[in-house]
Each structure stands twice: as C-alpha cells, then as structure tokens.
Design a protein around this ligand. Sequence first.
Ligand code: AMP
Length: 197
Amino acid sequence: MGQKFCPFFNSINSGSDIIFTAMIDLQIKSAIRDIPDFPKPGIVFKDITPILKDPSLCEAIVDNFVARVQGLKIDAVAGIESRGFLFGLQLAGKLGVPFVPVRKAGKLPFSVKQKEYELEYGTATIEVHTDAFKPGQHILVHDDLLATGGTVTAASDLIIEMGGIIAGFTFVVGLNFLNGKEKIKHFADKVVVLAEY
Ligand code: AMP
C-alpha cells in the first residue's frame, strides 16, 4: 500500500499501519507533566514519567520511531543516560540492533572514551565503552528530549571520534524554541521529534 496523505495529519505508512504523527504528539503532550523551577529556578522540566504508566502509549512511541526511521541504515541505537535508555533500548530491540549506553562519567566499568558538554542547566561529561560499536557502523542517537542540542552534539561528536557514522536522531520531546534541531542537523538529515513545543 502506498503512503497515504491527509490534509490534517502527516501520516506515515509502517507496513499496514498508518501512524498519525499529530495523534502521537497530542497523546505525549497530554501525558507530560510540566514541573516549574526544576532542577533549578527558570527551568520548566518536562516530566515524561507519566508516559511510562501507559504501556500502549510507550508502545506507540517506539512504533512511531520505527516507522519514521524506516529506510535508514542503522547498526546500533545509542541512548543517552538516563531517560534516553527508556525508549532507546526498546527501539534497538524493535530494530533488531545492539544498544549503546552513553553514560555519565564514572558509570561505565570498561575502558571508555569521553566528552564534556553543556546542558540547558550546568555541564556534564558523557562516556561510551570503547568496544560499544565498530568503526564504520551507523548509529541512531536517541534521547528523551532535545533542548539546546548540547547533549546529543557531545554524544555525536564522541561517536564520530570513535569512528561511527550518525544515522539520525530520535527524541520523544523537542523544545523548538531552543533551536536544538538547527544545531544538530549537520550530523544527519533525519531528526525525528514526536512531540514539539
Ligand atoms: P540539551 O543538551 O540542552 O539538548 O538538553 C537535553 C538533555 O537534558 C536531555 O537529556 C534531557 O533529558 C535534559 N533536559 C534539558 N532540558 C530539559 C527540560 N526542560 N525538561 C526535561 N529534560 C530536560
């Protein structure tokens, strides 16, 4: 069946399923809880934990990602600690590829490569095991939320330094007013954001 078009919804054909991106956007937004001034004054924290109480929404999120990365060469999914593990591992499982944990400094026990980066709040260092993937492999980078793009930029720079190729990005949430998409678009054409603010 060919791709269906609808004037109100941007639809995606995943096998026999038509997944409406506008619907998942609304479902995610109605589940997300805004926490003002967390973890510090001025930040409105997008709490995704209510999504985790809804197994069918979790499944729809992963299915949407799978549908929207169809056609990309993906050898592994890299998920960023810690909320990037929630859907990143499930996505890797559905795609049938390994999962690469991108962790905060000092958490990974084997030999690591690391990178320092800036957050919307504060700074941090991320690490990847040196044997997490092979040079030349195509890595899909996943996190729960795209804000300024600093975190995934650091992760992508690290993956590239380790010989990987950035296949694309998936995020549950994007804060468009912080222009993260602009910052990361040079890494890969495919940037999937399910719920955009
Ligand atoms: P950034 O590097 O600015 O794109 O920030 C993205 C990372 O910080 C993700 O791992 C998010 O989990 C976290 N983050 C940044 N801002 C927020 C926010 N307003 N609400 C929830 N998480 C956030």
